[in-house]
Design a protein around this ligand. Structure first.
Ligand SMILES: *Cc1c(COP(=O)(O)O)cnc(C)c1O
Length: 369
C-alpha cells in the first residue's frame, strides 16, 4: 500500500498533506518568527471558544493527559476537593491523576451507557460544601457518549464551585462558548478535532481565577500559571517547545478557518458518523449507545456475536485494506470503536465500511444476525 492507512481512532488522526508539510522546517525556540507562530496560535484558539474577554489560553508540551494533569495541579488548591462525574475510562483517568496530584477526590459513578446527571451533581454539591471543583469529560471518548456540559456548568455556577472540563475530543467540533458556559479550566490538544499532529495540549483558564493559581502546582513542569506568566513576559515557551507540532497546528488552524470553522467541522463529522452508523448497521453491527447520547466523534459497536470473531484478526484484516480501527474499552461487553474525526469525509467512511464487510467475510463471520 503506497499511502498511509486511514486512522479511525481518537488520535493521532489522519492529517492533510498541507499540515504534514508544515513540519519540514526547523524553528529556533528563541526566534521572533517562532514566537509569532505561538502568538497567532493562541489568538486563534481563544477565538474558537469566544474566550478572549474572559479566559487566557496556556499551551503545554506533551500529550493531552499532561494538560489535564497540569490543569488540576494548577487550578485546584492543594487542600481543595474535586468531584469527578464518572461515566467512562477518561473520567477514571481524571480521578486517578487528581488523586495522584494529592487532591482530595470524590468519584460519582454513572453507567457507561448514560450521560452524567446534572441533578445528581446538584444534590451532591448541596450536601457537601467542601467540594471546591467539579471535573467533567465533555465527550467521554471511551464510549463516545456526549455529556451535558451546559447543564453541568449551570449547576456549578449556581453553587459557586469551579468547573474543570476535559474537552479533548470535542473542542473545535462541538459548540463551546465561554460567554455562555462558565468554566474555570477547559482542556484540549493539538491532535484531535483541530486535526494537527499530537504533541501539545492547551488549557483555557478563566482570568478571574488565574491570579489565585500562583504556587498551587507542586510540579514545576506542570505549572500552567508559571508557563503563562513566562509566555506573557517573553512570548516564548518556558521549556523546549514542540516547534514542529506548533507549526503544524497553526497550518491546521488555517485550514479549519478555510473549511468554515467549528460549524463546518461539526457538519463533516456528523456526516461521517451518520455514514458510518448507516453502513455498519446494514452489515448487522449495532452501536453500543442510544442515538441521543452519541457524540459524532467516535462510535462504539458491539462486536459480531460469532465464535470466530477475534478483535486482533479483525483489526489486521481491516488494516490490510487501509483502515486502522480501535479496540473497545468496556469490561462488561465485547466492543470495538471507530473514530469519525480527522481529515476524512464521507468517501473514507464508505470505504471503511466496505473494508469491515470484507474483513468479516474473510473471517467467515458474514452478516451477523
Ligand atoms: C484523547 C483524550 C485525552 C488525552 O489522551 P492522550 O493520550 O494523553 O493524548 C484525554 N481525554 C479525552 C476525553 C480524550 O479523548
Amino acid at each position: 500500500m503506497d499511502r498511509d492507512a486511514i486512522l479511525l481512532t481518537p488520535g493521532p488522526l489522519t492529517t492533510t498533506l498541507r499540515t504534514k508539510l508544515a513540519m519540514l522546517r526547523d524553528w529556533g525556540s528563541w526566534d521572533a518568527d517562532f514566537n509569532r507562530l505561538t502568538a497567532d496560535l493562541r489568538a486563534r484558539l481563544l477565538a474558537i471558544v469566544h474566550g478572549a474577554e474572559s479566559h487566557v489560553v496556556v499551551p503545554l508540551q506533551g500529550s493531552g493527559t499532561f494538560s489535564v494533569e497540569a490543569a488540576v495541579a494548577t487550578v485546584v488548591p492543594r487542600d481543595g476537593h474535586i468531584l469527578v462525574l464518572d461515566n467512562g475510562a477518561y473520567c477514571k483517568r481524571l480521578a486517578r491523576l487528581s488523586t495522584l496530584m494529592g487532591r482530595r477526590t470524590t468519584i460519582v459513578p454513572h453507567a457507561e451507557d448514560a450521560a452524567v446527571s446534572p441533578a445528581e451533581l446538584d444534590a451532591r454539591l448541596a450536601a457537601d460544601a467542601s467540594i471546591t471543583h467539579v471535573g467533567l469529560i465533555h465527550c467521554e471518548t471511551g464510549t463516545g457518549v456526549l455529556n451535558p456540559l451546559a447543564a453541568v456548568a449551570d449547576v456549578c455556577a449556581r453553587h459557586g464551585r469551579g468547573l474543570i472540563v476535559d474537552a479533548m475530543s470535542s473542542f473545535a467540533a462541538l459548540a463551546i462558548d465561554a460567554r455562555e458556559v462558565r468554566f474555570d479550566a477547559l482542556i484540549a490538544a493539538s491532535g484531535k478535532c483541530l486535526e494537527g499532529v499530537p504533541g501539545m495540549g492547551f488549557v483555557f483558564i478563566r482570568k478571574a481565577v488565574l491570579a489565585d493559581c500562583e504556587g498551587r502546582s507542586q510540579s514545576l513542569a506542570m505549572d500552567l500559571h508559571d508557563q503563562h506568566a513566562y509566555m506573557e513576559k517573553t512570548g516564548q515557551w518556558r521549556f523546549t517547545p514542540p516547534t514542529h507540532v506548533v507549526a503544524a497546528l497553526l497550518e491546521a488552524l488555517r485550514q479549519f478557518d478555510e473549511e468554515g470553522g467549528r460549524p463546518a467541522r461539526l457538519a463533516r463529522y456528523t456526516d461521517n458518523c451518520r455514514t458510518l452508523i448507516d453502513g455498519m448497521t446494514a452489515l448487522g453491527l449495532r452501536p453500543f449507545l442510544e442515538p441521543a447520547l452519541q457524540a459524532p466523534i467516535i462510535v462504539t459497536f458491539h462486536a459480531p456475536a460469532h465464535p470466530r470473531y477475534d478483535f486482533r484478526t479483525f483489526y489486521e484484516a481491516a488494516k490490510r485494506r487501509g483502515f486502522i480501527l480501535y479496540p473497545g474499552k468496556l469490561t462488561q461487553v465485547e466492543t470495538f470503536r471507530v473514530g469519525c474525526i480527522g481529515a476524512i469525509g464521507r468517501n473514507e467512511m464508505r470505504q471503511a465500511v466496505a473494508a469491515v464487510r470484507e474483513a468479516m467475510e474473510e473471517m467467515g463471520i458474514g452478516r451477523s444476525e
